[in-house]
Write a protein that binds this ligand. Structure first.
Ligand SMILES: [Zn+2]
Length: 490
C-alpha cells in the first residue's frame, strides 16, 4: 500500500545550526516535497541548486515519498550544491549575444539593442529580488483541484477548448549549451535511465540532445532557438499532476529513445519515423487534467462534449500539440515540405490516439496480424509499429530499476485516489482500481504487469530484436518483486 499517513522527517541543514521538521503528506507530488526541502534550505526551488540529502550513515537518499520518518536525534543532513549558475549563466549568454550583435548593428538596430539590455538588466534585478523573497516565504500549501478542462460544465463556466500556446518573450533565447559526456549520452540511450536525478530545465537540455542524436535537427532543418521555444511551450502546457506531468512526458520520450537504440531498430527507421515517434511521445499527454476519460465522460466535461466521448483526452493532447506547432514562434516543422508534414501529422495523431487504453485490444490484434509477415516498407505495418513503440513507452516505468519505477506507481495511485475522491463527492461512478479503500500497490502492479505490460512487450519483441535482457527481464523482475510484496501483505 502507498503510505496513507503524513511522514515526519527531521533534517539538519548543512552549514547552518538549524534542525528543520518537515511533514510529507501522502497526496503531495515529488516536486512539492522537493519544494519544501528547498524552503527548508532557504533557497528558491528554481535557483538551479542541487539538494543532496544523506542519512546518518552518509548514504545519499532520494527526496520523495520513499523517505522514512526519523527522529530528532538521527536527522537527515541536507546539503545545497551549486548556486544560481544556471539562471545567471543563461542571462550571461544572452548578454553575450547582445554584445556580439552590437558589433554589426546598423544605427536602426541600436535602439532595439538598448531596449534589450535594459530588459535583461530588469530581469536580473527581478531574479535577485525573487530569490530573496522566495527564500523568506513559507512553503505553499498543497492544494489540488481538477483543472478547468475536467470541471463539470454544470458547475463551472466552459473554458476555452484548446489552450493557446504561451507567449514567449525570448528574443534572446540562447542556443543549446549543454555539454554531455559520451558516457552520459550512452546512459540517455539506455532504458534504465533515472529521471529523478534531473530537474525540468535539465530535461529540456536532454530533449535537445535527443533531437540532435536522432539527426532530426539536420534532416528537417530545425532552428535550434525555435526548438528550445517549442520545448518550453510543451513544458508549460503540462500540468502539475502527480503522474501525468512533464517528467512523465520526458520518461515516455526517453524510453522510446531507449527502445529504438537497444533494439537497433533506430537503424531501420527513416528520419520521418523518428520525428513521428519523438513528437508523439512529447505531445502524448499535453494539458492532461489529471482525470481519466471515464471521468470526462461521466462528468460531461468540456472535453467530453467537444470530442463526443471519443478518446476526449487523447484527442485533446494531439490538438494541443498541433496548436503549439501552429504558432510560428514554436513551429519547429516550418522547413518540412508539405507532403512530409501531412504524413507526419497523420501518424502523430494515430500514435497519440493509440495511447488510449480503451483501444489496447484492437491495436494489439492488428499488430499481431502484421507481425506475422512484418514488412518495414509497408506503410500500414510501419504505422502500427510506431503506435506499438509509443504504447510500450507510455507504460514503461517497470523497465527502469525499482528505485526509479516505484515512486511513479505511488504518483499514479495518488492521481487515481484524487479522482476517486472527487467522483464520490460528485456522486459519479468510481472504478475499484482507483479507490483508496480497495486498491493496494502490490495488487495493482501484479495485475497490470502480468496482464497488460508483459503481453504488450512480448508482442513488440516479435518485430523488435534484442528486447529480452535489457527490456523484458527487468519487467519480469518487477513482477516477482510485487508478487512477493503481495504475499507479505496477505
Ligand atoms: Zn502517458
Amino acid at each position: 500500500m502507498a503510505t496513507q499517513s503524513t511522514t515526519t522527517v527531521y533534517v539538519k541543514i548543512d552549514g547552518a545550526n538549524r534542525l528543520e521538521t518537515i511533514d510529507i503528506p501522502p497526496n503531495c507530488t515529488v516536486d512539492e516535497i522537493k519544494s519544501v526541502f528547498y524552503s527548508a534550505a532557504e533557497i528558491p526551488d528554481d535557483s538551479g541548486c542541487i539538494l543532496k540529502l544523506t542519512d546518518p550513515t552518509g548514504v545519499i537518499v532520494p527526496i520523495g515519498h520513499g523517505l522514512d520518518g526519523n527522529t530528532k536525534d538521527e536527522p537527515y543532513l541536507l546539503k545545497v550544491i551549486g548556486d544560481n549558475l544556471m539562471n545567471f549563466g543563461l542571462m550571461q549568454s544572452a548578454l553575450d549575444e547582445v554584445t556580439a550583435s552590437a558589433q554589426q548593428a546598423s544605427p536602426a538596430d541600436v535602439q532595439d539593442l538598448k531596449t534589450g539590455i535594459i530588459s535583461l538588466k530588469k530581469k536580473l534585478e527581478e531574479m535577485e529580488a525573487g530569490i530573496a523573497k522566495k527564500a523568506a516565504a513559507p512553503p505553499a500549501a498543497v492544494v489540488r483541484t481538477p483543472s478547468s478542462f475536467s470541471a463539470p460544465v454544470a458547475v463551472e463556466p466552459a473554458s476555452k477548448p484548446v489552450r493557446k500556446p504561451i507567449t514567449l518573450n525570448s528574443h534572446y533565447t540562447t542556443k543549446p549549451k549543454y555539454i554531455l559526456t559520451e558516457e552520459t549520452k550512452e546512459y540517455i540511450r539506455s532504458p534504465s535511465f533515472d529521471n529523478w536525478a534531473w530537474d525540468e530545465n535539465e530535461l529540456i537540455g536532454l530533449f535537445e540532445f535527443i533531437f540532435e542524436d536522432l539527426g532530426l535537427i539536420e534532416e528537417f532543418k530545425i532552428d535550434v532557438v525555435t526548438l528550445k521555444k517549442f520545448l518550453i511551450a510543451v513544458k508549460d502546457s503540462y500540468n502539475n499532476n502527480p503522474f501525468h506531468n512533464f517528467k512523465h512526458c520526458f520518461c515516455v520520450s526517453q524510453m522510446m529513445f531507449g527502445i529504438i537504440n537497444t533494439t537497433k531498430v533506430v537503424e531501420k527507421l527513416k528520419p520521418i519515423d523518428k520525428l513521428i515517434l519523438l513528437l508523439s511521445t512529447i505531445g502524448h499527454d499535453l494539458d492532461h487534467p489529471g482525470f481519466s476519460n471515464t471521468y470526462q465522460i461521466n462528468a460531461a466535461t468540456d472535453l467530453a462534449i467537444i470530442y463526443n466521448d471519443i478518446s476526449p483526452l487523447e484527442n485533446h493532447h494531439a490538438a494541443v500539440l498541433f496548436t503549439i506547432l501552429s504558432n510560428p514562434e514554436t513551429n519547429l516543422l516550418v522547413n518540412v515540405p508539405d507532403p512530409v508534414y501531412r504524413d507526419a501529422r497523420k501518424n502523430i495523431i494515430r500514435c497519440i490516439l493509440a495511447t488510449d487504453m480503451a483501444k489496447h485490444g484492437e491495436i494489439m490484434a492488428a499488430f499481431k496480424k502484421a507481425s506475422e509477415n512484418f514488412n518495414f516498407d509497408d506503410a500500414e505495418h510501419k504505422s502500427l509499429l510506431l503506435q506499438i513503440i509509443v504504447k510500450c513507452s507510455d507504460i514503461s516505468n517497470e523497465v527502469r530499476p525499482t528505485e526509479v519505477a516505484e515512486p511513479w506507481v505511488e504518483s499514479l495511485l495518488n492521481e487515481f485516489f484524487n479522482q476517486s475522491d472527487i467522483e464520490k463527492a460528485q456522486g459519479l461512478p468510481t472504478a475499484p482500481f482507483m479507490d483508496r479503500d480497495k486498491v493496494t500497490k502490490a495488487g495493482a502492479q501484479v495485475g497490470f504487469i502480468g496482464y497488460v505490460m508483459i503481453p504488450l512487450y512480448e508482442l513488440a519483441s516479435k518485430v523488435l530484436p534484442n528486447m529480452d535482457e535489457a527490456i523484458i527481464k527487468p519487467i519480469r523482475d518487477s513482477l516477482t518483486y510485487y508478487k512477493e510484496m503481495l504475499e507479505k501483505t496477505k
